[in-house]
Design a protein around this ligand. Structure first.
Ligand code: ZN
Length: 406
């Protein structure tokens, strides 16, 4: 290419750049990242007149800036809510891909604010990222669930709001025993409206016994002769993870004998004793209690446990395990669809109530009371409605579709 050709090419390129760049484009156009309790804030100042689109893609959030140019590159941020971002230059637009390990969807994972442009400036975009941003809008349940396949059959379900009385459970932005009970009551009302008999292990702030084993044994004994058992709990964790651990879990007593596949929630208050293995020689029936259920020293009374139900229930234990897993999956699916909350998965664990309930049994962790945003969600009545509907609908779908007919 001769000098004239090069000049023409440069002129054409310049012309294209001017055409593509409909707005002034200051150098160093890049997001600013802020670290906040429970979320990561991304601030982006647009040039005057610039437009944008923002698109949740699951594991990433894509910001598209028509007619702008940026300096391509990858920046790692190492935040739980933002792993980093990729800046790319395309022919007619710039793109920034924010990598969001906790996930984003149209209903969850991020919040966008657009601040109006000041004189001579562009708009400011403020994008907050957190797995705890879920759907907390008011919820209207669809028309009443009606049983079709199980016509004429009367089901009976045990709902177990975890903790109670002297045992508060985890304490954060909400007290676990209170939110457990509130959600359980809402689940009960929904199930009853569908014609299911409901037995609550507690209807108020009480427990069968201050002794944890006695209390839990009394609770699971209520499952005898019923169709299934659902325990409702909330999670907590200690610093430094307290401001980012969030999401839903559903547990059942599983085939790998309770290997918890994710770091377990830690006791919230370091001063509270962690439950230690029993001083008496362990026998085959001694369960590991949930790690989140510390016992206050004064609550420990001389052991006079009720007789434990047999580990192998009337329906074979492997069968019960399968059914429990199916129930867990149903409940998790409907929890996710009603709340759009972060899923931490269906898991197995050695929880007492799942191991010893003689019927299909699950334990639902409805969120982290310690997370700055999820803790607030759990205080929100609309969100509690959504959680309750997810559990109730999962139970009803299970009873309709999966419960053994023989
Ligand atoms: Zn609990």
């Amino acid at each position: 290419m001769n000098r004239l050709g090069l000049g023409l090419a440069l002129l054409m390129l310049w012309g294209f750049v001017v055409w593509a760049q409909e707005v002034p484009n200051p150098e160093g156009l890049a997001p600013r990242i802020g670290d906040h309790p429970g979320y990561t804030r991304v601030v982006f100042d647009l040039p005057p007149g610039a437009t944008y689109t923002l698109e949740p893609l699951g594991a990433a959030l894509r910001l598209t800036l028509p007619g702008l140019t940026i300096t391509p590159g990858i920046t790692y941020t190492d935040r739980p809510e933002l792993a980093g971002y990729v800046m790319e230059q395309f022919e007619d637009h710039a793109g920034i891909l924010f990598l969001t390990p906790q996930g984003v969807s149209p209903r969850s994972g991020f919040k966008l604010q657009e601040l109006p442009a000041a004189e001579g400036e562009g708009k400011r975009l403020v994008i907050d990222l957190s797995g705890a941003f879920a759907d907390t809008t008011p919820f209207t349940p669809p028309p009443n669930f009606s049983f079709v396949k199980a016509k004429g059959r009367r089901f009976s379900v045990v709902l177990d709001p975890g903790h109670g009385g002297p045992d508060s459970g985890a304490v954060g932005l909400v007290v676990e025993k209170e939110v457990n009970l509130e959600v359980a009551k809402r689940v009960a009302a929904l199930l009853q409206s569908a014609g299911v008999e409901v037995i609550l292990t507690r209807n108020d702030d009480s427990a069968f016994s201050a002794d944890k084993r006695t209390d839990l044994t009394a609770r699971v004994n209520l499952a005898k002769g019923r169709n299934l058992y659902v325990s409702i709990h909330a999670n907590a964790t200690s610093p430094p993870r307290a401001d980012w651990a969030c999401g839903l879990e559903v547990y059942y007593y599983g085939p790998d004998n309770a290997r918890i596949v994710y770091p377990p929630a830690l006791p919230l208050l370091p001063s509270q004793p962690v439950i230690a293995p029993p001083a008496t020689p362990p026998d085959a029936l001694q369960p590991n209690l949930p790690s989140e259920a510390p016992i206050q020293p004064q609550e420990i009374v001389p052991p006079s446990p009720l007789p434990l139900p047999p580990v192998t229930p009337q329906m074979g234990s492997s069968r019960r395990m399968e059914l429990s897993r199916t129930l867990a999956s149903r409940v998790m699916s409907y929890l996710l669809s009603t709340t759009a909350a972060l899923s931490r998965g269906v898991r197995t664990a050695d929880y007492f109530v799942n191991k010893f309930a003689t019927v299909p049994s699950i334990l639902v962790e409805i969120g982290y009371v310690t997370h700055p945003i999820e803790g607030l969600n759990l205080r929100n009545s609309d969100y509690r409605d959504r959680i309750a509907y997810g559990i109730a609908r999962g139970v009803l779908e299970y009873l309709e579709n999966d419960y053994p007919t023989e």
